[in-house]
Design a protein around this ligand. Structure first.
Ligand SMILES: Cc1ncc(COP(=O)(O)O)c(C=O)c1O
Length: 379
């Protein structure tokens, strides 16, 4: 017998934690959201910009859930960002009606997918940074009989990942895009990803000013050539406040603030954003007096930013393979086999992408389970 979805469904209910369950009633490893911590992070971010003209469009590459997107929208977000077309599809299916794809699409298959979403009424914008991506998108829209699509010019402000060179090359691209007839330029994006984790605040401010100058002066150049540049979008959790101080920036797109992670918190200080995401694991064995093994390894805690951080500051976590990890440090000798422990991910985005659901906790009780619908959606 194959493990079909049908067969799996027959087993539903065998393990189904319900509202009011405690952490102890959940199978581990489990991805726990501290709902009050999440809401307080969202409120804090919205408060930072509430008396300004700068909009907040959070990046859902972090949360990957339409429920979190909806919570952000109810709390004042203008719309959301995603990186991939497949993530945009999730947001659209979840009722989110204002989506910016922050990376260009370079292949006809994905451009067609995007055109199909537009054909079905999705309000999606995308960034473009080359003639090639412009051609691919314009043709897909024509083939799908979608009259036009709104786009932003992606400007390289120093991260050197995507983006056209600021100034004249950006203007040349804007003219090329406008000549297509089915692409309507609405603004510019310039994401300074290389500065997010910079700890030296003075140096960060200096480099951020340079990056923002490139962005807003290019926006001005495009405007003076007759292009409509209503949106100038930029910034992540580590820079959004600095970006918003620059005249001409209309929108920020932070993502990590919703949960924070150990690497971000160490780089920029907790900055009144809480750790609101934990992996709950279980002690499964004791290989030595001063060391225990827990059931969370690379498959539940990402390692691209180094080892995760146990919630108990006296302990250290070290991965011990796909499914296991070690805890060492003061007090570990008192842990019992079967006992639960909390671990703070070192990188939330890549940890979230390993899990199927969020277990949403409040006052120690399970209040909801949110599917991570965009997990695995990397296309
Ligand atoms: C284009 C873009 N905007 C915004 C963000 C959000 O940044 P952060 O997670 O640092 O808040 C990212 C993150 O990688 C990004 O790629």
């Amino acid at each position: 017998m194959n493990c079909t979805m049908e067969n799996l469904k027959l087993l539903e209910g065998v393990y189904q934690p319900s509202q009011g369950s405690s952490v102890d009633e959940l199978a581990s490893p489990a991805l726990l959201v501290d709902l009050d911590g999440l809401q307080s992070n969202i409120n804090r971010m919205m408060d930072l910009f509430k008396d300004t003209s700068v909009n907040v469009r959070p990046h859902m590459k972090t949360g990957k859930s339409s429920q979190i997107a909806a919570l952000l929208k109810t709390s004042g977000a203008t719309g959301v960002c995603v990186t991939k077309v497949s993530e945009a599809a999730v947001m659209f299916a979840g009722g989110i009606d204002d989506i910016l794809i922050t990376s260009p699409v370079a292949h006809a298959v994905t451009a067609w997918w995007l055109a199909m979403l537009l054909q079905r009424g999705a309000k999606i914008r995308i960034v473009l940074d080359s003639k090639e991506t412009t051609d691919v998108l314009s043709s897909a829209l024509k083939d799908a009989k979608v009259e036009s699509m709104e786009v932003l010019i992606d400007i390289n402000v120093g991260q050197n990942r995507t983006g056209v060179i600021p100034g004249q090359p950006a203007l040349d691209l804007a003219n090329y895009i406008a000549a297509k007839g089915n692409l309507a330029i609405k603004g510019c994006q310039g994401y300074e990803g290389h500065l997010q984790m910079m700890g030296d605040l003075d140096e960060k401010k200096r480099l951020n000013r340079i990056a923002m100058k490139q962005l807003v002066s290019t926006a001005e150049l495009l405007r003076s050539a007759g292009h409509e540049i209503a949106v100038v979008t930029t910034g992540g959790t580590g820079t959004c406040r600095l970006c918003a101080e620059v005249a001409g920036v209309t929108e920020v797109q932070p993502g990590s603030f919703i949960f924070m992670d150990d690497t971000y918190a160490r780089a920029i200080g907790s900055d009144n954003f809480n750790n609101a995401l934990f992996v709950m694991a279980t002690v499964v064995s004791r290989p030595a007096e001063d060391k225990v093994t827990i059931d969370a390894g690379w498959k539940s805690l990402s390692m691209d930013s180094g080892p995760a951080k146990p919630f108990n500051n006296a302990w250290t976590y070290q991965a011990a393979g796909d499914e296991h990890g070690y805890l060492t440090g003061d007090g570990v000798e008192n842990l019992q086999i079967g006992e639960r422990v909390l671990v703070v991910p070192s990188h939330i985005d890549t940890t979230v992408a390993l899990h199927e659901v969020y277990y949403v906790m409040q006052a120690g009780k399970l209040v909801d389970i949110w599917p991570i619908e965009a997990r695995g959606r990397v296309q």
